[in-house]
Design a protein around this ligand. Structure first.
Ligand code: NAD
Length: 482
């Protein structure tokens, strides 16, 4: 039964027209796997070509629309979206599994991306004079063309909007491909705003990565790809995109370490921040704490306090206000994390499961997992080396700080990291040695100002978002001399 937003279910958008296909898949509620939340269209390669045709035509108009008008239209669109946030919260919870609080926060951040982006555009777009030249030189910007935005299932709203909105503001047209597991909120919210822009500026195609995603990456008319997802897919996209030397913005997987030093303050607030760093969205966050290295002198204390903190977690259907942690988003990921946990239990490691089931009677209907703390585990174990993307945390003691930094860096990933110490100078000195796109002191979170983000290094990604969000990624700057 399709019970919510039937008008968006199974739809995709080309050139301002909402379309449907015969070929669809169900979008499942991960808290109750028998419940179909809606349908997702399985678009064909022809649909993708048509979406790119539309985006190519729209680019000719939108790229020549004044910066003032682009900012105004975005502002208007952000107001439209802000008026419908409340009515999208439950849809988002039902298709994704987040709690109400998590879902609402993500939706509100999308509005912020739009309104702050619009506010900043004029200043950012200004030409920059280059001083001290024999000629009068300035750096100017222009948009790049058709942009593909490919997003994952874990935080589909913010990870679509954070890429697509700067691309549109910068004068590009976009073809968006949300993940098949939970595309409905993305599509419904885009439906609310797309008419603020000329037809074809925003296009949406859905379906599998191997058909729709690949067709987008193979098309030589797509000039930029903004991809957020796994490192494995990121590598495939890099090779597919070589045919036309596309500009790539890659936000990939992570295996973030938290280093807890002997002088760390481990009071109630700090433990809560550590728990949030691990268990936000049931651990399905690229930049979640995925391994902890704690000084031996604080090991027992940390485990004891973390266990008590994990015991307060109430796991259940995110739609129920008492749930503090929702289910795993989909069956494939659930199978992966539960099997990883099972293999860890079979090893010498000690697994302690904590937390409470909100509703034991309906537990088996969803992809629920209680959070687990794993001790007596080696740095070389599968759980420590893999991106678990679920509510399991390995905790390892260290005695030598240099060795701890070495273990933290001993990974192909380099997304984020955190250092927990009472001394800020020590934190900065260690941060300088950690291989990560961003390092937090006594926290493991996100930058509050949405214009700031620092994507991963090594196999966690490419590109920088600094003062102006990702606006600069979606433009080419050029020199003008007279
Ligand atoms: P995924 O790589 O499987 O899929 C991401 C998107 O790529 C989906 O829309 C998928 O359909 C599409 N896709 C798959 N194959 C493709 C191909 N060959 N060509 C083009 N598109 C293709 O990732 P996922 O399982 O949806 O998400 C979880 C992963 O994403 C984790 O590794 C997580 O760390 C990572 N992630 C990273 C960030 C970040 O900001 N660094 C944020 C969120 C998630």
């Amino acid at each position: 039964m399709i019970s919510v937003f039937p008008e968006t279910s199974g739809q995709f958008l080309i050139n301002g027209e909402w379309k449907k296909t015969q070929d669809v898949a169900n979008v499942i509620n991960p808290a109750k796997a028998t419940e179909v939340v809606g349908e997702v269209a399985l678009c064909s390669e022809t649909d993708v070509t048509k979406a790119i045709d539309a985006a190519e035509q729209a680019y000719k108009v939108w790229s020549r629309t004044s910066v003032e008008e682009r900012a105004e239209r975005m502002k208007e669109a952000s107001q439209k979206l802000s008026r419908v946030i409340e009515q999208h919260v439950s849809l988002f919870v039902r298709e994704n599994g987040k709690t109400i609080v998590e879902a609402k926060k993500d939706l509100l951040r999308c509005v912020e991306v739009m309104s702050k982006g619009a506010d900043n555009l004029m200043e950012w777009w200004k030409p920059e004079p280059v001083e001290g030249q024999a000629q009068k030189v300035q750096i100017r910007k222009r948009p790049r063309g058709v942009t593909a935005v490919i997003s994952p299932w874990n935080s589909p709203m913010i990870l679509t909007f954070k890429r697509a909105i700067p691309a549109i503001l910068a004068g590009n047209s976009v073809v968006i491909k949300p993940a098949t597991y939970c595309p409905l909120t993305v599509i419904s919210c885009l439906k609310e705003i797309e008419a603020s822009f000329p037809p074809g500026v925003i296009n949406v195609v859905t379906g599998s990565g191997s058909v729709v995603g690949e067709a987008l990456c193979n098309d030589t008319r797509v000039r930029t790809i903004a991809f957020t997802g796994s490192t494995e897919t990121g590598k495939q996209i890099m090779s597919q995109s070589a045919n036309s030397v596309k500009k790539l913005y890659m936000e990939l997987g992570g295996n973030d370490p938290a280093l807890i030093l002997d002088d760390a303050v481990l009071d109630e607030d700090a433990i809560k921040r550590i728990r949030m760093g691990i268990l936000r969205a049931s651990g399905q966050v690229c930049s979640a704490i995925k391994r902890i290295y704690v000084h031996k002198s604080r090991y027992d204390e940390l485990i004891d306090k973390l266990k008590k903190e994990f015991d307060r977690v109430v796991v259940g259907n995110g739609i129920q206000p008492d749930a503090t942690m929702g289910p795993i988003n989909n069956q494939t990921q659930y199978k992966f994390v539960t099997e990883l946990l099972e293999r860890t239990k079979q090893s010498a490691a000690k697994v302690e499961t904590a937390g409470r089931k909100l509703d034991a009677a309906s537990w088996d209907e969803g992809y629920f997992m209680l959070p687990s703390i794993v001790t007596n585990i080696s740095h070389d174990s599968e759980l420590v080396k893999t991106e678990q993307f679920g509510p399991i945390i390995p905790v390892l003691p260290f005695t030598d700080l240099d060795e701890a930094v070495e273990m933290a860096n001993d990974t192909e990933f380099g997304l984020r990291a955190s250092v927990w110490t009472a001394n800020e100078d020590t934190a900065i000195a260690i941060a300088d040695r950690l291989e990560a796109g961003a390092v937090f002191h006594n926290n493991h979170t996100v930058f509050k100002d949405l214009r700031l983000d620092f994507p991963g290094i090594k196999e966690s990604g490419l590109s920088r978002e600094t003062r102006w969000g990702s606006l600069e990624l979606f433009t080419d700057s050029y020199g003008f001399a007279d």
